[in-house]
Write a protein that binds this ligand. Structure first.
Ligand code: PLP
Length: 437
């Protein structure tokens, strides 16, 4: 079916706020590794991975075969019965966990659900409904997670089951009020210290948890500096506030230097939430954390009917093994380093790029206007210009002006070069338009 016909049918039956990329939206019909094809036969380098999700790549034989084999045996039995794949996946995740001591894993179907569950455990354990979250965060589209999301665009309601207080991330960029601060580490420590004041002044003092992404994903790949995370953890520890690291985008080597995003800071969180890359496209999410936290639900019953089902855990296990056996984290570090260097160089001559940021294969370009403010039109133009050159990238940021680059971690240097050449041409095109207008 032609994409324009499909678009009309989409509009007739899908809510209008389910937004599509491009003036002429496309349907991706199949993929191979880090390449995808649309229904018209055009080939692209997939540099967004279905919103930072296709972490190993498309059509990976080991993963496809594991799913196929399991689907042919049994797809569903529910958590009322033992599921070997689920147990194996939990054991594997715990074996690579940055949290020490006894741990448990609870499986769900998405990142939103993983965060819901982590908040449930934290609030039960601490007997408090108060939660700290970060401005600029995104934690999901369910009712509870919208309440801890620090972006008005993603918050159609201000109602929340939780009492939430938002802290300021020490980000320096064109979109930040504090954009021109000089001493990053010092500013990061001052922001961390502000957390103490926030707890003293804006909460009852008995807070359940802080939830934070090590690198804000939907927020436009904004990193929380390690000294900030360390400073905040010390303050949380003074009153036993739990640290939940939302690793839905940053897990499994995405950030290059470490397997989990928070590891760069050396801080050990109490719970980690994950989804996206865990299933390489299969619907699966999980909370992993200290046993006493996950077991704090004892005496109450809780379940997710599909959570950790036979097929999603078979695929996720094969995916996790693929990531580890092929050391995709190392590849993310090396290829990501090359790509970042290229982006920094091309940004120097571009009037529309205010900042290049991120690490590993989680890189962003902040698109700015002549006065340095957010330039969402330039981000849209960049996406289209890249599409015309055979590369798919994404968008994000509070001002919708951050271009997000997050290919599968299996991307080769040659493909990264091909994409970087396309980015350079696309920037030159947009830059010359900016000079004319
Ligand atoms: C950091 C983070 N947490 C949670 C979520 C929600 O995940 P899902 O869309 O699978 O519910 C997202 C989705 O983009 C995310 O980026």
């Amino acid at each position: 079916m032609k994409p324009d016909e499909l678009l009309q049918r989409h509009k007739a039956v899908i809510p209008e706020w389910v937004s599509l990329y491009y003036d002429e939206p496309m349907e991706i019909s199949h993929g191979e590794g880090f390449r995808v094809w649309d229904s018209e036969g055009n080939e692209y380098l997939d540099f967004f991975g279905g919103i930072v999700t296709t972490i190993s790549g498309h059509n990976i034989p080991e993963i496809v075969e594991a799913v196929r084999e399991q689907a042919g045996k049994v797809m569903h039995s529910s958590t009322l019965y033992l599921i070997e794949n689920q147990i194996k996946l939990a054991e594997k995740l715990i074996s690579v966990s940055p949290i020490s001591g006894d741990q448990k894993v609870f499986f769900v179907n998405s990142g939103s659900e993983a965060n819901e569950a982590a908040l449930l455990f934290a609030t039960q354990y601490r007997r408090s409904s108060e939660v700290l979250a970060m401005r600029g965060s995104y934690h999901g589209g369910s009712f509870g997670t919208m309440g801890i999301t620090g972006q008005s665009t993603w918050r159609p309601t201000s109602r929340s089951a939780l009492d939430v207080t938002y802290a300021m991330p020490p980000h320096h960029s064109y979109s930040s009020l504090y954009g021109r601060y000089e001493k990053d580490a010092e500013f990061a420590r001052a922001c961390a210290e502000d957390m103490r004041n926030l707890i003293q002044t804006a909460t009852t003092g008995h807070v359940a948890a802080l939830i934070a992404e090590p690198v804000q994903g939907v927020g436009g790949f904004i990193e929380l500096p390690p000294e900030y995370i360390r400073g905040v953890k010390e303050i949380l520890d003074e009153t036993g506030i739990l640290y939940i690291s939302d690793e839905v985008q940053t897990a499994f080597g995405r950030t290059g230097s470490h397997f989990w995003g928070i590891e760069e800071s050396g801080v050990e969180p109490d719970m980690i939430t994950m989804a996206k890359g865990l299933g390489n496209g299969l619907a699966i999410g999980a909370v992993m954390g200290r046993s006493e936290l996950l077991d704090s639900m004892a005496g109450k019953l809780h379940l997710a009917t599909f959570g950790g089902n036979h097929v999603s855990t078979a695929g996720a296990l094969a995916n996790l093994e693929y990531i580890l056996e092929n050391d995709l984290q190392k590849n993310a570090d090396e290829v990501g380093g090359y790509l970042k260097d290229r982006l920094v160089k091309m940004a120097k001559d571009s009037p529309v790029v205010g900042e290049v940021r991120g690490r590993g294969l989680m890189l962003a370009l902040e698109m700015v206007g002549p006065e340095g403010g957010p330039n969402p039109q330039a981000a849209v133009r960049f996406l289209q210009a890249c599409r015309e050159r055979g590369v798919l990238v994404g968008k994000g940021g509070i001002g919708a002006n951050a271009v997000r680059i997050s290919p599968p971690l299996s991307i080769t240097r040659e493909a990264a070069k091909e994409a970087a050449d396309a980015f350079e041409e696309a920037l030159a095109e947009i830059g010359s338009e900016a000079k004319v207008s």
